[in-house]
Structures are given as C-alpha cells and as structure tokens.
Design a protein around this ligand. Structure first.
Ligand SMILES: Nc1ncnc2c1ncn2[C@@H]1O[C@H](COP(=O)(O)OP(=O)(O)OP(=O)(O)O)[C@@H](O)[C@H]1O
Length: 253
C-alpha cells in the first residue's frame, strides 16, 4: 500500500496554506494539496471536518478563505452536488445546456444526455425523473462544459444502494472517457476505494492521511485487496470495523 508521493505531470490543483475560519472556529488550517491532472481523488472525513468547505473553496464559491498561500485550479471546473439542482420550470435538455451559448449547445446537451443514459429524455421535466436520473442529468450538465476538474459533493449520498452502484460505474466510465481531475467528497469508504485512485482523509483542518489505491479497474467491492485499504481508512477515521464483515459494503462514516 503506497502512500501518495510525488507526481509526474504539473498539478491541476495546487493549494498551499489554505485556511478557513467561521468565527473563532478554524475549519481548514493551512491545507497543502496538489492534485495532478486527470487524477481521481476521494475526500473522506467525519461530518463537520470541512470537506464541503474545502470543495467550495476550490470551486471558487467561497471568497473568505485566508492564508498566504496559493489556490490554483484549472479554467474549466464543474460542480455536482447531492441534489441535482435542476430548475423545475425548465425541461431536462434546457437544464443541461443552461448558460451554454452557441450553435452547438443543443448538440452537446443531447450528446451528454446520451452519455449518461438519458437519451430520449430531453423533453422531460425534472419532476418526471427519478433521483438517480436527476443525478445523471446533473452529470450531463457538468459534461457540456468539458471540465478539466469535476468537483462532486456527495453526488450519490441520497440514492439507494443499487442506484448508487450503477452511478459509480457511470462516473468511472465518464472519467475514463474524458479524464478530468475529480475530487469526490463522500461519507462512504467503499465508494471512495472502489472509485478513486487516491483517498484523502481530512482531520483537524488538515489532510491527515493521503493514500494511493493501487488496485486496477474495474474493481470489485469484494476484492480482499481493496478491503485492506478500507480497513486502513476506517482505522484512520477511528471507526471500529467488524472482522466478520468482509465486504463492508456501504460503510459510511
Ligand atoms: N457558512 C458557515 N457559517 C458557519 N459555520 C459554517 C459555515 N459553513 C460551514 N460551517 C462549519 O464548518 C464546519 C465544516 O463544515 P462542512 O460543511 O465543510 O463539513 P463537512 O465535512 O462537509 O460535513 P458533512 O460531511 O456533514 O457535510 C462545520 O462545523 C460547519 O458547521
């Protein structure tokens, strides 16, 4: 099990000395982090550890981060949240291409919808989509911007277990095809180790553990090699794992 070290390509994200406080409480305490272009990274941490705060800072949605360091991100950044944030008064395709100008917008939107398995649903209204379909549409909306960096804040957190597994496969396929850098915030240790090539654990305002997952894809949830990484992460998170529960599927923190 290798811990992440060094990198060959210039980083897509470079963060140094990032600090964020809310009143007297320092949530991010001088974070240093480089993410190479095209790397799939998962971010774990207990509730309140600052995962969303970090993601918002990287997304440029938080203008009150402090510190003397650097926060460098690529130009094209897309963000996906736990809820799809589709506008209910616009049809699916109109949501997907929202803000996108130019003759090719519709074409891009249709192609993105096809990629996420929603071909033919372009004229549907958001309330006619299931939760999983709405998240597919949210992924399509991110794809039309051809992101170099995809930020995802618990995108599958509200879905049932079977839908979540299908969405894992879809997200990984999209990543294989487009190769953006990904930062996926999740509570689910299994989601992190099945999808990501590197898992970070946020604790006490810093990256407490930075773990490379050296297991080839496609990965199986039951792969014993993978579960060794899961145990290591659960230990870092201070969660007691039952030795009988070999699959630990759905282990959330
Ligand atoms: N706008 C805000 N004002 C005050 N406190 C905030 C604000 N946003 C976040 N916090 C605090 O910062 C801490 C980190 O919040 P954050 O949402 O980043 O945690 P998280 O790790 O994403 O948690 P969860 O997994 O529960 O979503 C929490 O204690 C939260 O209360």
């Amino acid at each position: 099990m290798a811990t992440h070290t060094g990198q060959l390509t210039p980083p897509a994200i470079r963060i140094s000395g990032l600090t964020r406080s809310f009143g007297a409480r320092t949530v991010l305490d001088g974070i240093d982090l480089d993410i190479p272009a095209g790397q799939f990274v998962a971010l774990l941490g207990h509730s309140g550890s600052g995962k969303s705060t970090l993601l918002r800072a990287i997304a440029g949605l938080d203008h009150e981060v402090t510190g003397n360091g650097e926060l460098r991100t690529p130009e094209r950044v897309s963000v996906v949240f736990q809820d799809s944030r589709l506008l209910p008064w616009r049809r699916v395709l109109d949501n997907v291409v929202l803000g996108r100008r130019g003759k090719d917008a519709r074409e891009r939107g249709l192609s993105a919808l096809a990629e996420v398995g929603l071909a033919g649903r372009e004229e549907s209204w958001p309330n006619q989509l299931s939760g999983g379909e709405a998240q597919r549409a949210a992924l399509a909306r991110s794809l039309v911007w051809d992101p170099e960096l995809l930020l995802a804040d618990e995108p599958f957190g509200a879905l049932d277990a079977l839908t979540r597994i299908k969405m894992h496969t879809l997200l990984r396929e999209l990543w294989e095809r487009h190769r953006p850098s990904v930062l996926l915030v999740t509570h689910d240790v299994d989601e992190a180790i099945v999808l990501a090539d590197r898992v970070l654990v946020l604790e006490d305002g810093r990256v407490g553990l930075d773990l490379a997952i050296d297991v080839p894809h496609p990965r199986s949830y039951r792969d014993p090699l993978l579960s060794r990484y899961g145990e290591r992460l659960l230990t870092a998170l201070g969660v007691n794992d039952s030795p009988q529960d070999e699959t630990r599927q759905g282990t959330a923190i």
